[in-house]
Design a binder for this molecule. Structure first.
Ligand code: AMP
Ligand code: GLY
Length: 419
């Protein structure tokens, strides 16, 4: 099979790495890719937000199957355009991608499906939102309605922060802030649950926990994720089953009922308190860096599962669970999550082991004159698999320590919650 993966992050490097382990893969192209992906697959620099451009590329290159990595092309309707062109695609339609692209839409679906989530109210007017916040008190959560690259959420611990948050959402986020969702603050422990869905059939493929804050001990500003591990102990079998039955299945059935079934990977962000899961948010793609630890654990079978999902054969698919653990440490460029320093050289990568238990997935890198240079905020996801989480952690940090990149930084405590 000739396969095209869309995206350029550590997530897509991990998807490419797992896909290449599967004998069904004859040819793999990643668009646009990055320096690490270019070491294992062909990369093509095309505009992945333009469905017409991607469809034409697929026809020219005899692509049989497209795996969409990030949310932006999904929200832009690229999967729909490719299906119209007769291609097999992994990833939801534009309409179903609203589960990530619109917070208020997801709330509506949860209401209709009676899925447990935070109580909320919607506002298009800042003054009305502030009046509501004064009534509710803090802590409280303010969210811009649209996609805001993970920056549209303000968890306000005081009334003052909350009122300021309203101004931020209405002034700073442009179209995304035209509507705000104000939510009850949920406390508990957060974890991520990954479920393949083809319409109404759901197949859980793993759990993970992310580290959103930039600094050790969960301090400093939020990021896209500084590290992750799988499985997440807080999502025990019992809690996961509850999340599946009370949240995932009813919401997916509601999408079917509306004539907009979801197909792809559903990433449920859950808040768990006293063994009871509630939905924080849905994403309609793999998490980054959560995908890296999931792919490390699943290996080549990940491709079979993704292919079965796109093909509507999920009911016959099975996951071979291994009793193992994976952990990834993100190395970021100085300045991240603000403006990262670009162009600094990363040394020592070639000497690292790369096998089914140790992988350095690239995110923001580029190759120049035989060197690997930093070219983004999150630059590497250093990933290891082990018999225990501790084992995976030790091996991931051993690789981190062998990487010579003075202008990079990372958290030293990935995995602390589970350990
Ligand atoms: P979201 O983009 O909706 O995932 O929100 C980003 C982060 O904000 C989540 O991962 C949570 O840590 C936090 N958050 C979002 N909504 C709530 C809520 N209702 N209660 C507490 N924390 C929340
Ligand atoms: N790591 C969080 C995300 O991908 O949304």
């Amino acid at each position: 099979m000739n396969i095209l993966i869309l995206g350029s992050g550590g997530r897509e490097h991990a998807l490419a790495w797992a896909t290449l382990q599967n004998p069904k893969c004859d040819k793999l192209i990643v668009a646009p890719g990055n320096a690490g992906i270019a070491q294992i697959a062909e990369c093509a620099d095309i505009d992945i937000l333009n469905g017409g451009v991607v469809a034409e590329f697929c026809l020219e290159n005899s692509i049989d199957f497209v795996i969409v990595g990030p949310e932006a092309p999904l929200a832009a309707g690229v999967a729909d355009r490719l299906r119209e062109a007769g291609l097999l695609v992994f990833g939801p339609s534009k309409e179903a991608a609203r589960l990530e692209a619109s917070k208020s839409f997801t709330k509506e679906i949860c209401d209709a499906a009676k899925a447990p989530t935070a109580a909320y109210a919607r506002f298009t007017d800042a003054e009305a939102a502030k009046a509501y916040i004064r009534e509710q008190g803090a802590p409280i959560v303010i969210k811009a309605d649209g996609l805001a690259a993970g920056k549209g959420v303000i968890v306000a611990m005081t009334l003052e922060e909350a009122l300021e948050g309203v101004d931020t959402v209405f002034s700073d986020f442009g179209d995304a802030g035209a509507e705000a969702v104000i939510e009850e603050f949920m406390d508990g422990e957060e974890a991520s649950y990954f479920i393949l869905v083809d319409g109404e059939t759901v197949l859980p493929i793993g759990t993970a926990q992310d580290h959103k804050r930039v600094g050790d001990g969960d301090t400093g500003p939020n990021t896209g994720g500084m590290g992750a591990y799988s499985p997440a102990p807080v999502l025990s079998d019992a809690v996961a089953e509850r999340a599946l039955n009370e949240i995932v299945k009813p919401t997916m059935a509601e999408m079917v009922r509306r004539g907009t079934p979801f197909q792809g990977i559903l990433f449920a962000g859950l808040m768990i308190k006293n063994g009871v899961p509630r939905l924080v948010e849905y994403n309609v793609r793999f998490g980054d860096p959560e995908c890296q630890v999931l792919m490390m654990r699943l290996g080549g079978q990940a491709f079979d599962l993704i292919h079965a999902c796109a093909d509507g054969r999920l009911a016959e698919a099975q996951v071979n669970w291994a009793d193992d653990h994976a952990l990834t440490v993100v190395m970021a460029a100085e300045g991240y999550p603000g403006t990262p320093k670009k162009g600094t050289e990363i040394r020592g990568l070639a000497a690292l082991p790369e096998d089914s238990k140790n992988m350095v997935f690239h995110a923001g890198t580029k190759a120049a004159d035989g060197k690997i240079l930093a070219n983004g905020g999150r630059v590497l996801a250093v990933t290891a698999r082990g018999d225990s989480l501790k084992d995976a952690q030790e091996r991931a940090y051993a690789m981190v320590d062998a990487i010579d990149w003075p202008e990079g930084f990372y958290r030293r405590d990935i995995g602390w919650r589970a350990l």
